[in-house]
Design a protein around this ligand. Structure first.
Ligand code: ADP
Ligand code: MG
Length: 219
């Protein structure tokens, strides 16, 4: 379904070149749950950004449903990102002056969904991550784990076929981490989306693997 074929990513700055990925090949099947483990700086976020179409590879190919993306234009990438991908960033990236319902709803405005349906779907997504009735709270009125769950709701509200988690438990205390891991498993079971979790924490991998059939790889 998703194939990285000898992907290389080189970041160029004024003074140096960083080879973040050097010919990585990976295959993700539909509805699979995959965890990727690796230390800081090994290229996890870069991999996820490329899989999610947020950044482009330098060479190689990302093959989506047997179609090469080598000739993808901006419009193709926009459609892929907006309709197929739910991205959970390491930083929550919530808008501080909007309440959490508005934050989640915003993900649907890009898709041209009408206001009434947007609200209904955003509420349903928040309910799914255990935030029913908290719709009018601002992000800073919630704990870190709750804000993380708002970002889960924002990612799933578009019904993506692929959910990408970048270090979902980083910076959370052990109890919040366990709650987050349970929601990752639950969302996998409810949405059946292909789920890819990158993390440097083995505990996140073992605890989710206890609950959902999964494979894990080490970068
Ligand atoms: P991880 O998520 O595993 O910590 P990253 O994918 O963020 O790793 O980074 C991989 C490597 O690429 C690191 O050496 C990092 O410093 C470098 N890198 C990441 N983003 C950029 C960027 N925008 N410009 C230059 N170098 C970058
Ligand atoms: Mg990272």
């Amino acid at each position: 379904m998703l194939k990285l074929d000898k992907i290389t990513k080189i970041y160029k700055t004024a003074t140096l070149e960083v080879r973040a990925l050097d010919g990585i090949s990976l295959c993700f099947r539909k509805n699979e749950f995959v965890s990727i483990l690796g230390p800081s700086g090994c290229g996890k976020t870069t991999t996820l950004n490329i899989v999610g179409g947020l950044d482009h590879y330098t060479s190689g190919d990302l093959i989506i449903n047997n179609i090469s993306t080598k000739r993808y234009g901006d419009h193709d990438w926009d459609i892929y990102r907006n309709h197929k991908i739910g991205f959970i960033f390491q930083a929550y990236n919530l808008i501080p002056h909007e309440n959490i319902l508005e934050n989640v709803e915003l993900a649907l405005t890009i898709g041209g969904v009408k206001k009434e349906e947007r609200i209904q779907r955003a509420k349903a997504a928040l309910d799914k991550v255990g935030l029913a009735g908290m719709y009018t709270k601002k992000p800073n009125e919630l704990s870190g784990g709750m804000q993380k769950r708002v970002s889960f709701a924002r990612a799933i509200v578009t019904n993506p076929g692929i959910i990408l988690y970048d270090e979902p438990t980083a910076g959370l205390d052990p109890v919040s981490s366990t709650v987050i891991e349970d929601y990752i498993v639950r969302l996998k079971e409810e949405t059946n989306a292909t789920s890819i979790v990158v993390t440097h924490q083995m505990s996140t991998i073992t605890r989710t693997a206890d609950k959902v059939p999964s494979i894990w790889i080490s970068l």
